[in-house]
Design a protein around this ligand. Sequence first.
Ligand SMILES: [Zn+2]
Length: 436
Amino acid sequence: MDNLNEYLGGRIIKTTDLKPETLMYLQNCGGEIVAATFKKNDKLFCRRCLMEIKKLPIKFQYCRNCINLGKIQIDEQLLITPTNLNFPQQEDYLVWDGQLTTNQTKGVRELILAFQQHCDHLVWAVTGAGKTEMIFPLIEQVLQQGQRIAICSPRVDVCIELFPRIQKVFPKTTVGLFHGRSEEPYHLTQIMLATVHQLIRFEKAFDVLVIDEVDSYPLAGNQMLHHAIKKAKKDVGMIVYLSATPPKELLTQVKQQKISITRLYQRFHGHPLPEPHCHLLLKPTQFWKINPRLRLLLKRLIKTKQRFMLFFPQIPAMKQFAKQLKKLYPLLTFVDVSSKDDQRLEKVQQFREQKVQGILTTTILERGVTFKKIMVIVLDAQAKEFSKTALIQIAGRAGRGKDSYDDQVHFYYQAYNQQIRLACDEIRYLNQQAKK
Ligand SMILES: [Zn+2]
């Protein structure tokens, strides 16, 4: 028989994808066979992604919404695999000798209270507040009760960065990392790290779901992914949302007291968020290949060996700039990364290990990455790609180390717009709140 571990735990699998003996065994363990679709208000919906199936002008109708996870035809059957699982009891779960700040400790208390009351909870923590450490005690509680937890982010880089940290502090617990590009096939683990997309494959599988970076692409405004989160949770369970820039909808739910909230305005080292320096460029970034004002900045960076992150709104502009940079300053070492770059992870690692002085990037690195002693520079900050949220997240890449809390942030633009103003205002507001 197949390795059953690869199926257990609330997975939604097409019955035709299973060998008959495996199917029978999973059914005997409590697996449930269901139709691939259901009707509501005369409309047809997909059981896996919960989205409406629109009629196509072909013979065999299927769900187009979740086609990336494999085709489901409307007359098929699905197996929801068993979730009545037993995980081994351990003496100790969390092995971590770090210390939480007073603010973090208060947050942990609020989180655990929400867990006990099965109430969804939002943690609004500024960038660099140490929200990951805050969920350690929550994970420990979940494990102690023999329950199962998933920690998900819309962004694969965030999952990959989080995985070794979780593995390290829960050394005896099974931890899995699953995303569209992972080579490891799914198997049952008590802690699962995954992209939010993977949740589409689950139904009532997790007691607790932690959704990191809830405001980021592609989760923001994506109905299918929001359905997937709710569907993957057991009936009695909780969802924890983590964000430095929470979306309006969640804050509205907090106001309506549908979910509880922890506010963490202070960074773990107790220093304020670096406030951006704003610079109006009268000529475009590419003026004379590289705008002379930017050249002055670059020369200063090279002279002082200051490490830097340079953000661009789009890949072509970044590539063009990289070319000029190489020509003008052949001794400067740097890498450039984007969502289309297969070597992104390796390049980011090179920068982290200080093998290069600078990194040129699109908004792909706006969040989820931590570097120390860096200057953060945004070019064409007025571009539509730089939303208020993106600018706040980008500025939050600076000042993350205890010994480099005052890293500088610079916004360069050709027009001061609403987004730049709102981002700067919010950073100032958060710093004021942290003082209270
Ligand atoms: Zn579907």
